[in-house]
Design a protein around this ligand. Sequence first.
Ligand code: HEC
Ligand code: HEC
Ligand code: HEC
Ligand code: HEC
Ligand code: HEC
Length: 270
Amino acid sequence: MSKKFDVLCVMSFLAAAILFGGTLSRAQQEGVSFSENHCVNCHSRLTTPLSVSNKYYDWHTSLHRDNGVGCEKCHGGDPTTNERERAHQGVFPADRPQSRVHPAHLPDTCRTCHPRVVASFVESRHYQKLKESNMGPSCSTCHEHMAAAVVQSPTEAAALCARCHNTVGGLLPPRPEIPERAQQVMEALNRANGMFVWADRLLEVGQEKKLNVTEEARQLKAAKTVLSEAKIEWHALEFDVVRKKADEAFERAGRVKDRLMKLLYPQSVQ
Ligand code: HEC
Ligand code: HEC
Ligand code: HEC
Ligand code: HEC
Ligand code: HEC
């Protein structure tokens, strides 16, 4: 992905940039088309049942669609036929054990394209529990249908963890420190995300003004790799590791931000 794309993206898709690291989607670059995909063709016209029709719109507005990921990539089935029965061969409702989107199979289904995240998730107690007893969270617990909703706010994340880890009379013994630690780690990730938005904006101004900001761009990119590692390692629930990397990314991006401030606004910075 070229730097120009990154920069453009920060301008036009600020919200997306915060969440997704600021890359233009493949669909936007190459005009990925689904006109030959009959899962998409048929489902885009369904109005009933509501629970099925609704899922189409999750997908239509998702990053997966933007990146050319059709329904069959997660659900299985045959996208080349418009006969429902044939298309649905191998497609099952998510609560059936044969379904590729059953919580216990999600790690395998998602692994194809997200190998590092899944490798990290597999190290967590959650994955072990999922394998042993089908209990515990899987990918869709936090990312919902289309990963349109990555749990974003720290309080939302804490509430999610508390649902299983800190309820009176719940299945698991109360562990109030689990949601507390999760909230802190999410705050650290959020803070780092925010610093990158700030630094990216300054970099963009620098590039518009035709200043030499090559070194700053290089350092920012390196720092982003650290943040991405933190997000991947979050899936193993190693709070200390994630916190340390999130803070390191925050500090490194902060130093780039300071250099850019000095370069762009020398009078106002001491
Ligand atoms: C010709 C129309 C048509 C095509 C093609 C089609 N579907 Fe469906 N799909 C439906 C309808 C209608 C339903 C509602 C439930 C039912 O009657 O099977 C449905 C239900 C579903 C469900 C809900 C779970 C279930 O089994 O009830 C999933 C998941 C699904 N489709 C995925 C797919 C995928 C993936 C493809 C492509 C490989 C696809 N569909 C192709 C019409 C279609
Ligand atoms: C990135 C993977 C992914 C893609 C792509 C995807 N889905 Fe899903 N889908 C899931 C997961 C995971 C679930 C189960 C969790 C949930 O319902 O939130 C699910 C659930 C569903 C359900 C609810 C019924 C059920 O199986 O329980 C329907 C209907 C559905 N998807 C239709 C579609 C259609 C139609 C498309 C394409 C337009 C699509 N999905 C694309 C992952 C995906
Ligand atoms: C066929 C490949 C493919 C499959 C299968 C797939 N994804 Fe993705 N996913 C992508 C692409 C491409 C993106 C766009 C962002 C990127 O480049 O990483 C993405 C983005 C995401 C994001 C947004 C985070 C980000 O880096 O922008 C989440 C969360 C996600 N996927 C979760 C899942 C889950 C959960 C499953 C399994 C149900 C799944 N994906 C299955 C290809 C896939
Ligand atoms: C306990 C909640 C939780 C579970 C379970 C979970 N995730 Fe995540 N996931 C997150 C959070 C939080 C982030 C980071 C969000 C951010 O700040 O961008 C994330 C980020 C991601 C990303 C983007 C990574 C990047 O480089 O930016 C992908 C892809 C992803 N998750 C896929 C998955 C898959 C696949 C599974 C199942 C194996 C899964 N997640 C399970 C909470 C979860
Ligand atoms: C759907 C229920 C569920 C949700 C939601 C959930 N967990 Fe868990 N979690 C479990 C189960 C089940 C275990 C395994 C308990 C055991 O060891 O028997 C577990 C274990 C853990 C452990 C290891 C516990 C230990 O003894 O050290 C950690 C850490 C953890 N979860 C963190 C989290 C975080 C952080 C969240 C929120 C992002 C979360 N969990 C959300 C069900 C859940």
